[in-house]
Design a protein. Structure first.
Length: 140
């Protein structure tokens, strides 16, 4: 009768060990919640935060970066930073595809993460109205 406890205790101990291993792996794979400005190549983060785009040499990354820069251009205190998708910073932040965009606030907290370029309407809602109206060129 002393062997019966092994039939209950051994599987329970194994299950607890598996749960601990999964929790450790999940903690290792979770990207950091804060980013230091030096990692982004900035002396300090702007008051309005920074949009960080991890790009590669594809046309899709260029189009996404241009759209992001256009949306941010008339909002003082907000900046756009482009980093290569294969950089150490990308590895640290668990970037697995390009273009990936992060919104980092002034304290370094990652507020949003997009695994595709954010839509214009979403950027407009996040940034609010521009401080200066965009200039439209025209000819007569």
């Amino acid at each position: 009768m002393t062997v019966w406890w092994l039939l209950v205790a051994a599987p329970a101990a194994g299950l607890a060990g598996v749960r601990r291993l999964r929790a450790r792996r999940a903690a290792r794979e979770r990207p950091p919640e804060r980013v230091v400005p030096a990692v982004l190549g900035l002396p300090e983060l702007p008051v309005g935060g920074a949009f960080v785009q991890f790009s590669n040499a594809s046309p899709a990354s260029r189009v996404a970066l241009n759209r992001l820069a256009e949306a941010v251009a008339h909002h003082p205190g907000v900046t756009v930073v482009e980093l290569p998708s294969h950089s150490p910073c990308a590895a640290m932040l668990r970037v697995r595809s390009a273009p990936t965009v992060l919104l980092v606030d002034a304290s370094g907290a990652v507020r949003r993460r997009w695994t595709k370029p954010p839509e214009r309407a979403e950027l407009a809602a996040l940034l609010g109205p521009p401080a200066q109206a965009p200039v439209a060129a025209g000819s007569r």
